[in-house]
Design a protein around this ligand. Structure first.
Ligand SMILES: Cc1cc2nc3c(=O)[nH]c(=O)nc-3n(C[C@H](O)[C@H](O)[C@H](O)COP(=O)(O)OP(=O)(O)OC[C@H]3O[C@@H](n4cnc5c(N)ncnc54)[C@H](O)[C@@H]3O)c2cc1C
Length: 394
């Protein structure tokens, strides 16, 4: 196969975004190798919430930088990403008012349009809400959700115009090394020589890291959702929601249904090569139960669908983005931890800066470095509402 300047492994949101930005930055021969098809990993099944509410500044910066893309997709990428800025409400445990204020102050410093509103104001925005357990609700009027498949299709189309090559239904079987540097990749359809390889392989990344003797502590885990029809009396004033009290997130889908995911039931680690694209009845029941706690009327809702896929958790539930010290020319975005659709435009831009200029300037990637675990400095957020990391992370 033809040699490349950069090989990107994986055509999800982060792989397509990285290839798009590399080509835009003038890198001539960018090849994306994908074992299946566009969006076949977590991306195609993503809830695709585009929200700014994180409990740490580096992820807020990635999300805020990415929001500009979702808001101006046509000019910045071309095509349509299906962004729906319906507004977002975040419900946080009421015993941590200082955490809420600290997080919102940090977000506002970055530039995010966010404030707290009263439960009554929240009910005006969506009359079907139950707000008896909160005193303040975080509100982001400019957030919402996008169409994850439309997002990567338009990125892929733009990339094709910029000269990026795709190799679909082609699996990278190993990354090739010469001494202490990357030499290319071996695939099921031949070898591609390249001085730079970027592993963005989602839940399958361990299969590429293991032969390189790189262990980032990544654990593949199922990501799951259910869809419920709005009962007759549900208000159609439906926004996007993250409920950290009931460990649930939700957004509208299909004009009359709610897409909901919950982390109230533990997801055992899974095998990304053998997983179900459907969910169990127990999981559907858990979704309906948690959804009904915030929207009591949804107890009477008809289930209309569900799906499952695999995500990759990092040891501290924050992504690992950057260069891997073990081999020159090896980069990754790994351990998406179920929260890296909304940040993918900025992740691709920052990885490109790192690869082409040696340093990410749009958002500092140092906090996302792979070495933080070996340094004994895994990520801990100060104002995390008393929750362990990784809960309701969308
Ligand atoms: C149900 C659900 C809801 C979610 N909701 C949200 C949300 O609301 N907001 C948000 O920001 N994020 C959300 N996420 C998370 C988000 O979707 C993921 O973090 C993001 O899509 C990861 O993108 P990626 O490109 O890193 O990985 P993926 O989309 O998983 O792509 C990796 C690709 O690599 C390919 N690949 C793997 N190994 C190889 C190989 N050896 N050779 C070639 N190709 C290979 C795979 O086939 C796959 O296509 C959600 C995820 C799920 C599952």
């Amino acid at each position: 196969m033809e040699p490349a300047d950069v090989v990107v492994i994986g055509a999800g949101a982060n792989g397509t975004s990285t290839a798009f930005h590399l080509a835009k930055a003038g890198v001539k021969r960018v090849v994306v190798v994908e074992r299946q098809y566009l969006g076949s990993g977590a991306t195609g099944k993503s809830g695709a919430l585009v929200r700014m509410h994180y409990t740490n500044e580096p992820e807020v910066r990635l999300a805020f930088e990415s929001l500009k893309y979702f808001q101006h997709w046509k000019e910045m990428v071309g095509g349509d990403c299906g962004f729906q800025p319906l507004g977002l409400l975040v419900f946080t445990p009421p015993e941590y008012p200082a955490h809420l204020e600290a997080n919102l102050a940090m977000m506002r410093r970055v530039g995010v349009n966010t404030r707290t509103i009263s439960p009554q104001d929240a009910q005006e925005l969506d009359p079907s809400l139950w707000t008896g357990d909160v005193t303040r609700v975080a509100y982001e009027p400019e957030s919402g959700y996008a169409d994850p498949n439309a997002t990567i299709y338009s990125l892929a189309r733009a990339r094709a115009d910029l000269g990026v090559t795709f190799q679909f239904e082609t699996e990278v079987t190993r990354v090739l090394i010469a001494g202490d540097r990357v030499k290319g990749v071996e695939t099921t359809k031949g070898t591609i020589l390249a001085p730079v390889v970027v592993i963005i392989a989602g839940a399958w990344a361990n299969q590429l890291f293991a032969p390189l003797h790189i262990d980032l502590g990544l654990v593949p885990r199922p990501g799951r959702v259910s869809v419920f029809r709005w009962p007759m009396e549900r208000s159609s004033k439906h926004m996007t929601y993250i409920d950290k009290i009931h460990r649930m997130w939700a957004r509208p889908i299909d004009g009359n249904c709610t897409l909901v995911g919950t982390e109230s039931v533990f997801a055992e680690p899974g095998d990304p090569n053998h997983y179900s694209e459907a969910v169990s009845q127990d999981y559907i029941n858990a979704c309906r139960r948690q959804l009904s706690r915030r929207f009591p009327i949804m107890r009477q809702s008809v289930v209309r669908g569900n799906w499952g896929c695999m995500l990759m958790d990092s040891p501290d539930s924050r992504p690992i983005i950057g260069q891997l010290d073990q081999y020159e020319g090896l980069f990754c975005m790994a351990g998406d931890s179920g929260t890296s659709f909304k940040t993918s435009p900025a992740i691709g831009k920052c990885l490109t800066e790192l690869i082409t200029e040696g340093r990410a300037t749009t958002v500092d990637l140092v906090p996302f470095r792979a070495t933080r675990f070996a340094e004994g400095k895994p990520w801990r957020d100060e104002f995390n509402y008393g929750l362990e990391t990784g809960t309701i992370s969308r």
